[in-house]
Design a protein around this ligand. Structure first.
Ligand code: BEZ
Length: 211
């Protein structure tokens, strides 16, 4: 079954480089990023895992746990981690699922047969503390992901979970937000004491509320 935004993230148990994980239990009250890789010992994946390891503090201060999936066995992951640490000058600090049987890749529809019959594409799932899927993006194997974009989306998701705002194109944390369209002008004025700038009846901005 295909998982969509708003669905409960499929739960699973899996062997990882940091022990067995029951996904929902492992997430606890945190947000989660589950992201897949075509295969171990491949160049783009090596740079991606290094990039995420270096963002450890950024994920931690947003209360986000990160979990990678690769359709190779544990001993392969363990060897690969040595290369990642060496070549990317990092210390791997999050688990990689050993998904040789493609249990997780199948549950999350990470194998796109018209791209490759066996290797996963580069999927990203962001999961909220309620275990619901908040974002899905899919990149082809040949394009490494932009993890600043993943952090930017998490900032938007966490803000909009707590305030009646949306975030405009290219928004970054701290910038003006869009007033929720369900709010009347009167309610918006009460809710956003820093002010509301009305450009059109459907396009109203307010300074970012504190998260
Ligand atoms: C890579 O990670 O470099 C890669 C993996 C599969 C296909 C193309 C590139």
């Amino acid at each position: 079954m295909i998982t969509r935004i708003g669905d409960t993230a499929p739960n699973f148990t899996a062997q990882t480089t940091e022990g067995e994980v029951d996904f929902h239990q492992w997430l606890g009250d945190s947000w989660g990023v589950l992201f897949s890789h075509p295969a171990d010992f491949t160049p783009v994946c090596t740079t991606e895992l290094g990039a995420v390891a270096k963002l450890r503090n950024e994920f931690a201060r947003r209360n986000v746990k990160v979990l990678a999936v690769s359709v190779d066995p544990l001993d392969s992951h363990e060897e690969w981690i040595k290369d990642i640490n060496e070549t990317q000058r990092c210390t791997m600090n999050f688990p990689i699922i050993a998904d040789a049987e493609r249990k997780v890749a199948t549950a999350y529809d990470m194998i796109h047969p018209n791209a490759d019959n066996t290797a996963a594409v580069r999927s990203v799932f962001i999961i909220g503390p309620d275990k619901k899927v908040k974002l899905i993006i899919t990149y082809p194997a040949s394009t490494g992901r932009n993890f600043d974009e993943i952090l930017r989306v998490i900032d938007s998701l966490q803000l909009t979970a707590n305030h009646k705002v949306a975030t405009p194109a290219d928004w970054k944390d701290g910038e003006d937000c869009i007033v929720g369209s369900a709010l009347s002008d009167e309610d918006a004025a009460k809710l956003f004491p820093k002010g509301v700038r009305k450009v059109k009846s459907y396009l109203r901005y307010t300074p970012q509320p504190k998260n």
